[in-house]
Design a protein around this ligand. Structure first.
Ligand code: AMP
Length: 249
């Protein structure tokens, strides 16, 4: 089974985000960028399925500026076989990404697409669901365990009430949750090997997809600064403040 995995280049999760002075978005110039953490989990899961003899070929797909090829290289160094970069300087919203992915899926015919449950920059949590809808495929979202079998995949989902086990018919779109696995680091020899693995570079036009945004961002602002806390002398003083100042008890 061929597996398609999506890898988005986002601001590294350790970076303190700065809002642009014109409030049009967040600063990305000279900021450390990395693979979206949930996508690292997607790559790791696909590699494990290949190591288990279930997957045969792993194709890592990214969409964005030319630098997104670095994110694909990371996936190739972890163990993916080849990459596809849909290169564009346009702002890509989840619907556009889902349409581009649909076009790629129709060319590649994978048995499964594994996406991250959400990108940590837009926090949309939409792409996988939209892709499944556009393809008319089943979706298994927020997987914390994934076991593909004969024409089906069983997955465990973390939901509010506990763990839900479901099966979906393949092909399907799966999205990864945090506890699915712990992604590996790429070893130096694998980083070197990854330099020789192929990356196809195409454009949204090649796929016949209109990626124009459907949602307009009006403004982006810093969250309000938290006010300084106060250390109280003892529990009685705390109860007094909660009762008489905050009036919450
Ligand atoms: P979102 O719906 O934006 O929260 O993204 C959910 C998942 O879709 C991400 O974790 C990625 O796996 C995938 N995805 C979204 N945008 C892109 C992109 N530009 N390139 C590659 N994958 C993406």
């Amino acid at each position: 089974m061929k597996i398609l995995i999506t890898v988005k280049r986002v601001i590294d999760f350790n970076v303190k985000i700065r809002v642009k002075s014109d409030n049009s978005g967040v600063e990305t110039a000279n900021v450390k960028m990395s693979m979206n953490p949930f996508d690292e989990i997607a790559v790791e899961e696909a590699i494990r399925l290949k190591e288990a003899g279930i997957a045969t070929e792993l194709v890592a797909v990214s969409m964005g500026t030319a630098q997104s090829s670095e994110t694909i290289r990371t996936a190739l160094a972890m163990g993916a076989d080849r990459g596809i970069l849909v290169e564009t300087d346009a702002e890509l919203q989840p619907l556009a990404v889902a349409k581009l992915l649909k076009a790629i899926v129709e060319k590649e015919n994978p048995g499964m697409v594994i996406v991250g449950k959400q990108a940590i920059d837009d926090d949309a949590n939409q792409t996988g669901q939209m892709l499944a809808a556009l393809l008319g495929w089943p979706q298994g979202t927020f997987a914390s365990k994934l076991e593909p079998g004969d024409g089906k995949a069983t997955l465990v989902r973390e939901v509010d009430d506990g763990l839900q086990t479901i099966t979906v018919n393949l092909p399907a779109v799966i999205s990864t949750d945090l506890r699915l696995n712990e992604p590996r680091y790429a070893s130096l020899p694998n980083i070197m090997k990854a330099k020789k693995k192929p990356i196809d570079v195409i454009s949204p036009d090649d796929l016949g997809v209109d990626v124009s945004p459907r949602i307009e961002t009006i403004k982006v602002v810093e969250p309000p600064k938290r006010e300084a806390g106060e250390i109280v002398a003892d529990a009685a003083a705390l109860v007094d403040k909660l009762r008489n100042e905050a009036k919450v008890i």
